[in-house]
Design a protein around this ligand. Structure first.
Ligand code: SF4
Length: 361
């Protein structure tokens, strides 16, 4: 957006907020302790549910010092029914941390707040902007929804880089004199107008700025792709050594995973004969596929290696075996290489992991 448009956007949005804001106890007195407490309580929990708990909590523990010294049974009684009890325990631990390490004063920037137990990027942004007027966004589900729609932005919010992307997108829109109100306006708009399933675009103060409204794509946003469940595959990695201490590296096919790269021979355990145990199955596999007669085959005394691709989760069991240097490798796509040569070869990370693990045996 251009500067003039940003100014109009800010004043329109804040005017709407001033006229429609939800009146909440932590907003009437936005001291850091109240803002922090409310944000932790609001995680996974509706505002209406939180309100009586908040009132009771601040009566019982009016400040950080009393929370830091809270008897566990009283603390849990105050939290009873709110769920996710780790939040209560973390609140007390964080209060003790602030009392001990910060002289009882909250850190005042989002970056510094991240060091406090239980505070993540959203809560840090909310506390820093509302309690300390730092010009930072507070990016949660509401912010994703509102701003992906305003900008008709197709970024997939299930990706970890989405958070930084939206932070960068939102930052220039935050008014320097009212960052906390801006972030709270986003929370209120997302909760009451720009809702997930039925956004009330006709009543939205930001309609004139909203690109998804103009294009009719509101209900397609934000983009949240389902995480693809990784298929689990069990493999055997065969470390085959000759008399000279060199290992057999196999060049993988020109297409597919790790295309053209060299690793220890890898066998999908599903391709091994079912009537034999793992090592005997590998022996037969080498004989049948490569016409190679392995000797001294055994399981390597190390933990399996895991390796993750976009759609696959590999678990590789390492076995070791010997093979004569003079063996005919006519049916095998690869060669013996000395470990000293590994560094010069362009080996994939998987092979480096296998070698490191084998070296621990
Ligand atoms: S116009 Fe509709 S989609 Fe756009 S911000 Fe407003 S409520 Fe959300």
């Amino acid at each position: 957006m251009e500067q003039q448009t940003i100014r109009t956007f800010q004043s329109t949005f804040l005017t709407w907020y001033d006229q429609n804001r939800r009146v909440l106890p932590w907003r009437e007195n936005p001291q850091p302790y109240y803002v922090w407490l409310s944000e932790i309580m609001l995680q996974q929990t509706q505002v209406q549910t939180v309100l009586p708990y908040f009132e009771r909590f601040i009566q019982t523990f009016p400040d950080l010092a009393s929370l830091a010294a809270a008897p566990d049974d009283v603390l849990m009684k105050c939290w009873e029914g709110l769920g996710y009890y780790a939040r209560a325990r973390n609140l007390k631990r964080a209060a003790q941390q602030i009392m001990t390490d910060y002289n009882g004063q909250f850190p005042q920037t989002a970056t510094a707040l991240l060091d406090i137990i239980g505070i993540g990027p959203y809560t840090a942004g909310a506390v820093a902007s509302i309690a300390f007027n730092e010009v930072v966004p507070a990016v949660d589900g509401n912010a994703y929804r509102v701003f992906s729609r305003i900008f008709n932005d197709q970024t997939d919010i299930s990706q970890s880089k989405a958070s930084q992307h939206f932070r960068t997108l939102i930052q220039p829109l935050i008014p320097k004199d009212r960052p906390g109100d801006f972030n709270q306006a986003v929370m209120d708009l997302g909760a009451s107008v720009c809702t997930t399933k039925e956004p009330l675009c006709l009543f939205c103060p930001l309609q004139a700025f909203c690109q998804s409204y103009a294009q009719g794509t509101m209900l397609d946003l934000p983009v949240k792709k389902k995480k693809i469940k990784k298929q689990k595959v069990q493999l055997v990695a065969v470390a085959v050594r000759n008399e000279a201490g060199a290992y057999l590296l196999q060049q993988r096919p020109k297409t597919g995973l790790l295309a053209g790269l060299s690793t220890f021979p890898l066998i999908d355990q599903a391709d091994l004969p079912e009537d034999l145990d793992l090592t005997q199955g590998v022996l037969r596999y080498f004989k049948q596929h490569y016409n190679l007669a392995l000797q001294q085959i055994q399981l390597a005394p190390v933990k399996p290696v895991t390796h993750i691709f976009t759609h696959l989760h590999w678990t590789l069991t390492l076995v070791t075996a010997d093979l004569s240097e003079s063996s005919d490798l006519a049916y095998f796509s690869g060669a013996f290489k000395q470990p000293a040569e590994f560094a010069k070869l362009a080996l994939p990370t998987l092979q480096k992991k296998l070698w490191t693990r084998l070296s621990q045996a």
